[in-house]
Design a protein around this ligand. Structure first.
Ligand code: GRG
Length: 307
């Protein structure tokens, strides 16, 4: 496989977004699959509302492109990417609930609980969370059950108590939800809350490609740098952008009194850290030469994104 010129990047991102959308639509049909009894129409409609509503599909893209480094069949990577996107969408649904961030707008449309009701939104999130693990254990993901098991466990750990869910808990504690505001280590919190899923997207390719230890480590390092860069860019957008560009309210970190990379490092300091992380991401990929050109572009895209 040869390297891809940067101009190719937007096309590749769009193609994976389209393929992911089609795959999620097929996974979220009303007809039950084997061993299911029935799929309630209201639940399915809610899950489709929040899953087929666009979004950059950055996480599936990372799975597809990290898998491409190892020539993993695209159909397998797309399934793993769709599972990851199910977890991401569930986290957004639950994060928007009144008990969490109480948001009205997501991806430029009413949040699911505003469109429906809290109970439907909770169940739609639960349905997406469990569907993700249904998907990663399917035979079509990889012929070797051990690879499916490793992938499933990695996804569970990225999503769960020591990953995204734990990070959300630390975030709420830092906001003072459970009494006095707890002092939080922003880098650690964000590594869990948003970084863990992005990192999973990068190591998923190595798992599916049964990579050598050094190759796995390189994608792990890349994924960690990219995860932190994503969050710094997010914190910068929250102070520098507006709701129209973001598709969700801006300035929320200040409203909630959150400690972020920007409050901790200042805008210039956050930008400097972002550049340092981009260099780290590049360095981690040096092992792969031109095969990782798209992943290099992905790190720049994450740092420079506008929404
Ligand atoms: C409720 C268990 C639980 C977890 C919530 C990740 C998370 C924890 C909440 C998401 C809230 C949030 C806005 C975090 C900031 C970073 C982030 C995940 C932004 C949205 O991701 P994008 O930009 O979204 O990839 P799209 O819409 O493109 O998919």
């Amino acid at each position: 496989m040869t390297g891809h010129p940067p101009s190719d990047f937007a096309n590749r991102l769009d193609t994976t977004a389209d393929d992911t959308e089609a795959l999620l639509a097929a996974l979220l049909v009303d007809q039950p699959v084997a061993d299911e009894i029935t799929r309630p129409a209201r639940l399915m409609e809610a899950m489709r509302y929040s899953t087929l509503a666009g979004g950059k599909r950055l996480r599936p893209f990372l799975v597809v492109e990290s898998a491409a480094v190892f020539d993993v069949p695209r159909s397998r990577a797309l399934l793993a990417g769709a599972a990851l996107e199910c977890i991401h969408c569930y986290s957004l649904i639950h994060d928007d609930l009144p008990a969490m961030d109480n948001s009205d707008l997501r991806r430029g449309r009413p949040t699911l609980h505003r469109k429906t009701d809290d109970a439907t939104a909770i169940l739609a999130g639960d349905g997406l969370l469990t569907l993700a693990f249904d998907i990663t254990t399917r035979d079509e993901v990889h012929p070797d059950p051990m690879v499916r098991l490793l992938l499933t466990r990695a996804l569970a750990r990225a999503s769960g108590i020591g990953g995204m869910v734990g990070g959300q808990m630390l975030d709420l504690a830092g906001e003072g939800r459970f009494g006095d505001r707890e002092v939080v280590d922003v880098a650690r919190l964000q590594q869990m809350k948003t970084g863990a899923l992005l990192r999973f997207g990068c190591i998923a390719g190595a798992i599916l490609g049964q990579a050598a230890a050094a190759q796995y480590q390189a994608l792990d390092d890349y994924g960690r740098a990219l995860g932190e860069a994503f969050q710094i860019a997010d914190d910068l957008l929250d102070v520098e952008s507006d709701a129209e560009a973001l598709g969700k309210p801006s300035g929320q970190d200040a409203v909630l009194g959150k400690t972020t990379f920007v409050t901790q490092l200042g805008i210039d300091g956050a930008r400097a850290r972002l550049n340092h992380l981009l260099a780290q991401a590049d360095q981690a990929l040096s092992l792969f030469g031109p095969r990782a050109e798209v992943l290099r572009a992905a790190a720049r895209f994450v740092a420079e994104r506008k929404n």
